[in-house]
Ligand binder design. Structure first.
Ligand code: NDP
Length: 484
């Protein structure tokens, strides 16, 4: 039976407690973790194994949202171990290496999960390399790296350069947890396991694509981090551009990681890179009223908490189709959706008043909260000559698969990393291309005098300027997945 060790750097942190440990335990409960395995946590504070077990269980009870089998838990907690040390301290990594060898007692595979502040990614990987823990004589070695991957093109290149001195690209699993979401994986199934969508999935039939990832919450005690980052780095570099790639990519040759990743990269290569003038024309960045008064935010902060950006994909399929992406904090509700708006019929033969407003068809991929797919189309109102009404064909996951059928994204991602499937992880060229697209937008909006942020009310759908961005082209934001 194979032996696997999962090392979590930063196990005493928020992500490990809320997501990683609950995901690993649920995988264990579902008998998805095969063979012998151990979980070794590494962080700064001086916990004992017992303290780790206690905090891990508390985290599961508070955040997991699934029933716990106590017998399974007792089995699982025996696999939890803790090492206290500093990421910068090579000696702590010698201690780690010795601990792993004792636990494994022979050949074993290892995953190193970096759930740490990003400033430590390189230190940890270099120290793993120096202490011989990346060598693959006795099993494979993989490293999972949390987001954010760099803060701009230059820093992402440097990070790639530094870690690729120690690791091969195929050992690196850069996480974007959005890709682990069931509904996000379903985008490719909807597109490529059906024949009805593909013939119309292009500039001939699609008027525009809208992608919204809205958050109801504000800073949630992360002001120190968020105020140096802002919405474009935090949400667009990874989640929103990933969603756009999934909608826009060509069918990959196979489901294999690199075939999928090649196609996503081609989309980003075709995205128009903006001049400062184009940035001003095609993007609106905003800040919610009261942001500067939040604890931990600088009083002159020019950090955007909202952005709406129109992208162009300059290739045969998408030439001339606007992709409107928006995301923000403190908005009306929490929801993520992709709306594909189709063109109006080219000729209307019905006896309708001249100013009659037809609604064009929309296909909405509802990523959360009410996961599903909605197709809006026109139907005749009974007992009229040809009056029309928009109606929805709706698929809801809950109705078909039952409540709680959707697993936590981190379960999928941890399992894929264990299985060596990198399809849902980001390759180095993709992360750099995304920064290449966004760097000009971020830097243009940093100039507060020339480009003051649009202020929007808390609990709204963002600044009016973002509505005007679409109105200028005869479009409007659509909410395709129900009334929010
Ligand atoms: P936390 O600040 O909560 O945790 C940081 C962890 O790193 C702690 O375990 C801390 O240990 C450890 N640590 C920090 N400095 C050192 C050091 N010098 N030596 C040893 N240990 C150290 O961060 P999060 O858990 O929130 O985030 C971790 C990563 O995950 C980040 O990259 C973040 O961007 C990403 N992420 C987080 C999400 C979340 O929901 N929290 C969501 C998506 C991504 P100790 O305090 O014991 O020293």
């Amino acid at each position: 039976m194979s032996t696997t060790t999962i090392v979590i750097f930063g196990i005493s942190g928020d992500l490990a407690r809320r997501k990683l440990i609950p995901a690993l335990f649920n995988l264990f409960q579902k008998d998805r973790l095969e063979g012998n395995f151990n979980i070794v946590g590494f962080a700064g504070r001086s916990w004992t194994d017992q303290e780790l077990k206690k905090i891990a269980r508390e985290g599961i009870d508070k955040f997991a949202g699934y029933p716990v089998d106590n017998e399974k838990w007792r089995e699982f907690e025996n696999k939890l171990h803790y090492i206290s040390g500093k990421f910068q301290d090579e000696n702590a990594f010698v201690l780690l290496a010795n601990t792993l060898e004792n636990l494994e007692n022979g050949s074993a595979n290892r995953i190193f999960y970096l759930a740490t502040p990003p400033g430590f990614f390189t230190d940890i990987i270099v120290n793993l390399g120096k202490t011989g823990q990346i060598e693959e004589e006795n099993g494979w070695r993989r490293v999972v790296i949390e987001k954010p991957f760099g803060t701009d093109l230059e820093s992402a290149k440097k990070l790639n350069h530094d870690i690729l001195k120690v690791l091969r690209e195929d050992q690196i699993y850069r996480i974007d947890h959005y890709l682990g979401k069931e509904t996000v994986q379903n985008i490719l199934i909807a597109r490529f396991a059906n024949t009805i969508f593909e013939p119309v999935w292009n500039r001939n039939y699609i008027s525009n694509v809208q992608i919204t990832v809205a958050e109801k919450v504000g800073l949630e005690h992360r002001a120190g981090y968020y105020d140096t980052v802002g919405v474009v780095r935090d949400m667009f570099q990874n989640h929103l551009l990933q969603l756009m790639s999934l909608v826009a990519m060509e069918p990959p040759a196979s489901h294999k990681a690199n075939d999928q990743r090649d196609e996503k990269v081609k989309v980003l290569k075709a995205v128009r890179k903006f001049t400062p003038e184009e940035v001003r024309k095609y993007s609106v960045l905003g800040q919610y009223r009261g942001y500067k008064e939040e604890d931990g935010v600088s009083e002159n902060s020019q950090t955007p908490t909202y952005a709406a950006i129109q992208f162009f994909i300059d290739n045969w399929r998408w030439q001339g189709v606007p992709f409107y992406l928006r995301s923000g904090k403190m908005l009306t509700g929490k929801m993520s959706e992709i709306v594909i708006q189709f063109k109006c019929p080219p000729h209307l033969m019905f006896p309708l008043p001249e100013d009659y407003k037809f609604t064009s068809n929309t296909l909405s991929l509802c990523l959360q909260p009410d996961e599903g797919i909605h197709l809006k189309f026109e139907t005749k109102v009974p007992d009229t000559i040809a009056e029309t009404k928009s109606v929805d064909l709706e698929y809801h996951y809950e109705n078909v698969f039952g409540q709680n059928s959707i697993p936590e994204a981190y379960e999928r991602l941890l399992l894929d990393a264990l299985l060596g499937d990198a399809a849902l992880f980001t390759r180095s060229d993709r992360s750099e291309l995304a920064w290449e697209i966004l760097d000009p937008i971020i830097s243009t909006w940093q100039n507060a005098d020339e480009n003051p942020l649009a202020i929007y009310e808390q609990g709204s759908w963002g600044p009016e300027e973002a509505d005007r961005l679409l109105q200028k082209q005869g479009n409007a934001w659509i909410r395709g997945c129900g009334n929010h």
